[in-house]
Design a binder for this molecule. Structure first.
Ligand code: NDP
Length: 310
C-alpha cells in the first residue's frame, strides 16, 4: 500500500488563529479600542472584488471595523496618494490594505510606499521589509507569515533543517525565505534561472513552492518524508491535464465536470505519495492569508498605541 502524506489542514489552522484574533479584539474592546481595517479597491478587477469581499467578511466575523474605499478604474496616482494620505491620518484606521493589481496607469510602488509603515498590514513597505530582514518587530507579509504558522502549529521543526523555496517574489518567495532563515533553517532560494531545480528540491526537508506553475513539482523532485508547502493557486481548464492530476480523485473529476475548471497548486498531487506532510490546494496556505491579515490588523492597533504584542 502507498504511504500518503499527512495533510496540513489550512482551514483548521486558520479557524484557530481567527479564534485567537477574536479574543484579542474582545480584550481591546474592554479598553475602548476597536481595530479598523480600510481596504482600497480601485477599479473593477473581479478577482480583487472577491478577495476584498472575503477580507471584509472576516473583519465582520471577528469584530474588526472595516471600510471599503473604491476609486474608479480611471483613478490617477495622485488621487490614490490622496486616498492613502487620508487613511494614514485617521485614528479609527489601524490597517490599510491596497488591493493589487492597481489599474495600469497607477504607479503601484509609489502608492505602496505612501502607506504608513505602522498601518502597512500587508507588510510590503520597504521599512517593514527591512525590519523583517534585520529581525526587528514590524508587520510581516500575510502569506509567508501564514506558511510559518502552518509549520509551527503542525510541529514541523525548522531550526537546522534544509529549506528550499521555489520563487523569489516580494510577496511570497523572498519574505518566506527570510522568515525561515530567521528561524535558523538553511535556506536555498530557486527561481526561473536556477539550473537543475530538482537537484536543489531533492535536498529539502521543507519545500515551499510559490512559482505559479500548475503541478510543476513532481514526486521525483521531492525527498521522501519532506514537508511540502504548496502556495500556488492555478486554475486549470484543460481536461487532459486535470485527468492526469486527479484521475483517482472522483470528487475532483466531478467538480471539474460541473464547473469546467479546477484549482491546482504548484505541486503535483502525486507528491502526497512521497512527502511526509503536505498542504492541499485549495484549503492549505490560502485560508491562512486572510487569518494573518486579521492578526496583523490587531497587531498594528496594539503597536500604534504602544501596547505589548504577543
Ligand atoms: P510571481 O509570479 O510574482 O513569482 C513567481 C516566482 O516563481 C518568480 O520568482 C519566478 O522566477 C519563479 N518561477 C517561475 N517559473 C519558474 C520555474 N519554471 N522554475 C523556477 N522558478 C520559477 O508569483 P507569486 O509569488 O505572487 O505567486 C506564486 C504563486 O502563489 C501563484 O500561483 C499565486 O497565485 C500563489 N499565491 C497564493 C497566495 C495564497 O494566499 N495562497 C498568495 C500569493 C500568491 P523569476 O524571479 O526568475 O521570474
Amino acid at each position: 500500500m502507498l504511504e500518503v502524506a499527512q495533510i496540513l489542514d489550512g482551514n483548521l489552522i486558520s479557524t484557530q488563529i481567527k479564534g485567537e484574533v477574536a479574543a484579542h479584539v474582545k480584550e481591546l474592546a474592554v479598553q475602548g479600542i476597536r481595530p479598523g481595517l480600510a481596504a482600497v479597491l480601485a477599479g473593477n478587477n473581479p478577482a480583487s472584488q472577491i478577495y476584498v469581499r472575503s477580507k471584509v467578511k472576516a473583519c465582520e466575523q471577528l469584530g474588526i471595523f472595516s471600510e471599503q474605499i473604491t476609486p474608479s478604474e480611471s483613478v490617477t496616482t495622485a488621487e490614490m496618494l490622496e486616498v492613502v494620505d487620508a487613511l494614514n491620518r485617521r485614528d479609527d484606521i489601524d490597517g490599510i490594505l491596497v488591493q493589487l493589481p492597481l489599474p495600469p496607469q497607477v504607479d503601484s510602488k509609489k502608492v505602496l510606499l505612501a502607506v504608513s509603515p505602522q498601518k502597512d498590514v500587508d507588510g510590503f513597505h520597504p521599512l517593514n521589509v527591512g525590519y523583517l530582514s534585520t529581525q526587528r518587530p514590524g508587520l510581516t507579509p500575510c502569506t509567508p507569515a501564514g506558511i510559518i504558522e502552518i509549520l509551527r502549529r503542525s510541529g514541523v521543526e525548522i531550526a537546522g533543517r534544509e529549506a528550499v523555496v521555489l520563487g523569489r517574489s516580494d510577496i511570497v518567495g523572498k519574505p518566506v525565505a527570510m522568515m525561515l532563515m530567521n528561524l535558523n533553517a538553511t535556506v536555498t532560494v530557486c527561481h526561473s534561472r536556477t539550473v537543475d531545480l530538482a537537484a536543489h528540491t531533492r535536498k529539502a526537508d521543507i519545500l515551499v513552492a510559490a512559482i505559479g506553475k500548475p503541478a510543476m513539482v513532481t514526486p521525483s523532485m521531492v525527498k521522501p518524508g519532506a514537508t511540502v508547502i504548496d502556495v500556488g493557486i492555478n486554475r486549470v481548464m484543460d481536461k487532459e491535464r486535470v485527468r492526469e492530476y486527479f484521475s483517482d480523485n472522483r470528487n475532483r473529476m466531478e467538480e471539474f465536470a460541473r464547473k469546467g475548471s479546477t484549482l491546482v497548486g504548484d505541486v503535483h498531487p502525486a507528491v502526497a505519495e512521497v512527502a511526509g506532510a503536505i498542504t492541499p490546494v485549495p484549503g492549505g496556505v490560502g485560508p491562512l492569508t486572510i487569518a494573518m491579515l486579521m492578526s496583523n490588523t490587531v497587531k498594528a492597533a496594539r503597536m500604534r498605541r504602544g501596547l505589548p504584542v504577543t
